[in-house]
Write a protein of this length. Structure first.
Length: 114
């Protein structure tokens, strides 16, 4: 399984970005797909994840601002990020769990700054 993340960039506080994660496999068979983020000196943390059945888990700090979704026909997962804050600045990684193996994308930088 190969995951390709894209969509990061520089945005002002209050702005929006949409991240995409294109997978080489059939994501409908993945147990979970999710987005994690990491800043220098800190551990990678879960932002949001979505199960094959559509159950969503998200960290409290992004609830109401970020929306995770998946398009099984396109084998792509998305993270719609609105009302971005400077503290959302991080490298965002897409992740998949498939047959109890974990797969990671290469990461995409999101910088929220004026």
């Amino acid at each position: 399984v190969h995951l390709q993340a894209s969509g990061g960039g520089l945005v002002q506080p209050g702005g929006s970005l949409r991240l995409s994660c294109a997978a080489s496999g059939a994501i409908a068979e993945f147990d979970y797909m999710g987005w994690y983020r990491q800043t220098p000196g800190k551990q990678r943390e879960l932002v949001a994840r979505i199960s094959s059945g559509g159950t969503i888990t998200a960290v409290d700090s992004v609830k109401g601002r970020f929306t995770i979704s998946r398009d099984n026909a396109m084998n792509t997962m998305y993270l719609e990020m609105n009302s971005l804050r400077p503290e959302d600045t991080a490298v965002y990684y897409c992740h998949a769990l498939y047959y109890r193996r974990q797969y990671w994308g290469q990461g995409t930088q999101v910088t929220v700054s004026s």
